[in-house]
Design a protein around this ligand. Structure first.
Ligand code: PLP
Length: 409
């Protein structure tokens, strides 16, 4: 069944910031992989909560607190359904992907990984899926193993498989690479890891804005994502974990909310997911995430995926025509991320000249320095597309790059 098409001009009207100017020119926003813009529905949901239904959650016996709690917990159900998880208790609210990974490394990882063990990641990780594992390995005397990637940015699956050894205690890998755009064959990789009894955490930060995710189909043990890349507010994210793991794991942080009872002698921890939600959470942020999920579900995840894919093809073709431009990351399975270098200008100079035209791209190592090292470069310029991006944005980028060439070539 072919997906309904997005009406991009209508979609763009939902995002107030896209109607603004940058450097006096219409904003061309091509940095959605860093953080996506927010539709009015998300902004309204947060304003509405603060204006009419805000109180601390789970604790109050009064009506306002009940309303606030209901709005917060309604998002848990939305996330469950969005990820295809079996139960709401498998959905833990955290600050973002980074905190989700740190939670698993600190709790699951500490309990599972010991001296001489190995944690397997890939060469295309964001720093947030490297450093927590490195810290764990340092603490435990374990070794971090890295599965290599091809010149086009694809994971070399046979090498990944070879690195799954008797000492591998955990695999952590990205669903989609933020620096290269590569979409990994996660279901297949999970199957290979599970065949050797190894659990898998998937960093889904760059996947959820572009495609439907079904954690039960992937069969991953953990899945992490950030609200702010999914058109929701920053400061909120999600850790999905299989209930059997979450139940067995020790708490990550201690405090209020995560307990059933406390005395100076003994604390009894709360049920999952509350065991992992110490302290007052970002209540309005979670409610905003719920509105973001409603928003993408209403547009249709298949329609979003089709739009992003079509625009990626258009942008790949257009950028390939730019003289002296090399795309970094050309895997056959890609999400709407275009990293590139120019022969005549440093990425930061590219970004600065594009900015003068009102075009926002990201430049630098994209928190993925090992990826840059793999290609022998220090930085790239990166244009990333989202459901509100259109061909005109790509055309503006190409015209902007012609100006960069005028200055530097
Ligand atoms: N993983 C990937 C692939 C990312 O792109 C990012 C952010 O850019 C992160 C993890 C970290 O996300 P956050 O900063 O929201 O915790």
């Amino acid at each position: 069944m072919s997906a309904a098409r997005l009406d991009i001009e209508r979609v763009r009207k939902d995002f107030p910031i896209l109607q603004t100017l940058a450097r006096g020119k219409p904003l061309v926003f091509l940095d959605s992989a860093a953080s996506a813009q927010k539709p009015q529905a998300v902004i309204d949901a947060m304003v509405d909560l603060y204006s009419r239904s805000y109180a601390n959650i789970h604790r109050g016996v009064y009506e306002l607190s009940e309303r606030s709690t209901a709005a917060f917990e309604a998002t848990r159900e939305k996330v469950r359904s969005f990820l295809g998880a079996a139960e709401t208790r498998e959905i833990v609210f955290v600050r973002g992907t980074t905190e989700a990974i740190n939670l698993v490394a600190s709790s699951f990882g500490r309990a599972r990984v010991g001296e001489g063990d190995e944690v397997l990641i890939t060469h295309m990780e964001h720093h947030s899926n490297i450093v927590p594992w490195q810290m764990l390995c340092d603490e435990k005397g374990a070794t971090l193993k890295v599965a290599p990637i091809d010149d086009d940015g694809s994971l070399i699956v046979e090498e990944f498989e070879k690195l799954l050894g008797p000492h591998t205690k955990l695999v952590a890998l990205p669903h989609v690479s933020n620096a290269l755009g590569t979409v990994n064959p996660v279901k297949d990789l999970v199957r290979r890891a599970h065949a050797k009894g190894v659990p898998v955490l998937v960093d889904g930060a760059q996947a959820v804005p572009h495609q439907r995710v079904d954690v039960r189909d992937l069969d991953c043990d953990f899945y992490a994502f950030s609200s702010h890349k999914l058109f929701g507010p920053s400061g909120v994210g999600v850790l999905y974990g299989k209930a059997e793991h979450l139940e067995a794991m020790p708490p990550y942080q201690g405090g209020g909310e995560m307990i059933l009872s406390v005395s100076f002698e003994k604390t009894i921890y709360n049920e999952i997911p509350h065991k992992f939600e110490a302290g007052t959470p970002d209540i309005a942020g979670v409610v905003g995430l719920g509105a973001a999920i409603d928003y993408v579900e209403a547009l249709g995840l298949d329609a979003i995926a089709a739009h992003d894919h079509e625009l990626l093809e258009y942008a790949t073709g257009a950028l390939s025509e730019v003289p002296g431009l090399t795309l970094v990351g050309t895997a056959p399975e890609k999400a709407a991320v275009l990293s590139f270098v120019l022969d005549c200008a440093h990425p930061h100079d590219i970004g600065t000249i594009l900015d003068q035209e009102g075009i926002a791209v990201r430049t630098g190592h994209h928190c993925a320095q090992p990826v840059m090292q793999r290609y022998g470069i220090s930085a790239t310029a990166r244009a990333s597309l989202a459901l509100y991006s259109r061909r005109e944005d790509v055309d503006a980028l190409v015209a902007g790059l012609a100006k960069v060439r005028e200055v530097f070539a």
